[in-house]
Design a binder for this molecule. Structure first.
Ligand code: PLP
Length: 402
């Protein structure tokens, strides 16, 4: 990691800023942690590619042996393009037209259905011929904050657990083959007991689906955003899950495969956003440092109140001073308020940590600004994997009729 940091200034000079930088080996390190921890269970991992879909990242993750989880048909098509075979692709749909599910079924990927309406349509069309998964809303409140909580009793995701009778009606009337039950309670979950709680909910359902083979516990493992934070202890989590299975196996005497859909855990820490300080403004109580980026490039602080660690790599031994770091768009776009950083001068390079997951992927051209370039560092070599937008990208698709 130290070598990587030393490369940042030269990379910023060579490729310009703002710039997304991904460290391939860090993704591998995270994946190996999961594989090692869960070797005590029959487990499959599906990378939740909504976090970062650059085709190079997808290819790299495929080469590691990981599968992929998609949340749109276009993500499914990107995964195919990256070389994933359909049986290594999971499509967890929500709120979509049935035609998109039909398209996914034509490709032959695993499908999780999250509404009674689509479940019924699926049953009528495919009956017992296409094994399918059901996304259950377990009514569990978990996750870093409400915006990233997806399993609670007010959430749009999944079929509420209390509608089990309706699920059963559809399954029996259309002779559906339910192969998996899925939950995803939220993101940023450190406490293993949340996953155990989710399993307990699913275990109640197991007797209702005799052809079940897979328990899909979704993603949501925590990563450290602040230097003092710790990630989810995946070794402990694996043990807890095994214990829970053992407890229930005694009663059910059936073996299940466990699926996980990690997004952040695989790619958050591999990514950095490199920016340049454009303006320093001493406004009395507050010193604002504006950078050549904004929430059009990294929306997490404004959208989720997310903390991103920031370093001034141009002045690492400078005196610590308190700054509010903002962007350059015409909107309040605070990246960090009252943050102690080594003294900042205009032109300095600030590095934002944990920018791999939901960073570039959620970026936009708001204020008609260009999206940043992306590069990957693998075996010490930095390669461009997406060009910075140009003027043509802003006009792409527009039709001048007036
Ligand atoms: C269905 C599903 N699976 C997996 C994930 C990945 O979550 P995370 O990036 O927190 O691991 C998400 C993210 O919201 C999701 O909606």
């Amino acid at each position: 990691m130290k070598i990587l940091k030393e490369q940042f200034e030269s990379i910023a000079q060579k490729f310009g800023t703002p710039l997304y930088v991904y460290h391939a080996e860090k993704i591998n390190e995270q994946y190996q942690k999961l594989v090692t921890a869960f070797s005590i269970l029959d487990t499959q991992f599906f990378y939740a590619c909504k976090a970062l879909t650059n085709i190079n990242i997808l290819r790299y993750i495929k080469e590691l042996g990981c599968n992929v989880d998609c949340s749109s048909i276009n993500e499914v098509k990107l995964a195919i393009l990256a070389g994933f075979e359909p049986q290594r692709i999971l499509y967890t749909s929500n709120g979509i037209a049935f035609s998109e599910i039909e398209e996914a079924a034509e490709i032959g990927v695993h499908i999780n259905i999250d509404s009674l309406s689509n479940l019924e349509k699926f049953g009528k069309k495919y009956g017992h011929s296409y094994p399918v998964g059901i996304r259950i809303r377990p009514n569990i409140l978990a996750g870093g904050n409400l915006k990233i909580s997806t399993g609670h009793d007010g959430s749009k995701f999944g079929i509420p657990i209390n509608q089990l009778d309706k699920i059963e009606e559809i399954v029996s009337s259309t002779n559906l083959l339910i192969r998996s039950l899925h939950i995803h309670t939220g993101s940023d979950i450190k406490d293993p007991s949340v996953f155990v709680k989710g399993m307990e909910v699913l275990f109640e359902l197991i007797p209702h689906f005799p052809e079940l083979e897979v328990i899909d516990l979704g993603g949501g493992f925590k990563v450290p955003y602040k230097p003092e934070e710790k990630e989810t202890d995946v070794i402990l989590l694996a043990q807890k899950i095994k214990e829970t299975f053992n407890k229930h196996l005694i009663a059910g005497n059936k073996k299940f495969q466990v699926w996980f859909e990690p997004g952040k855990f695989l790619v958050s820490e591999c990514g950095f956003l490199l920016t340049k300080v454009t303006v320093l403004k001493n406004a009395g109580d507050i010193i604002f440092a504006a950078v050549d980026s904004g929430f059009n490039h990294l929306i997490r602080p404004m959208m989720y109140d997310a903390y991103h660690h920031i370093e001034n790599i141009s002045n690492p031994t400078g005196e610590l001073k308190v700054y509010t770091i903002t962007g350059n768009i015409c909107e309040t776009d605070t990246f960090a308020a009252d943050r102690a950083l080594n003294e900042i001068r205009e032109g300095d390079t600030l590095v934002f940590y944990n920018a791999g997951a939901y960073g570039f992927e959620m970026s936009s051209n708001y204020n008609a600004r260009f999206k940043p370039a992306e590069i990957i560092i693998k075996e010490g070599t930095a390669s461009l994997i997406r060009k910075r937008d140009t003027w043509d990208d802003l006009l792409k698709g527009q039709i001048g009729v007036l």
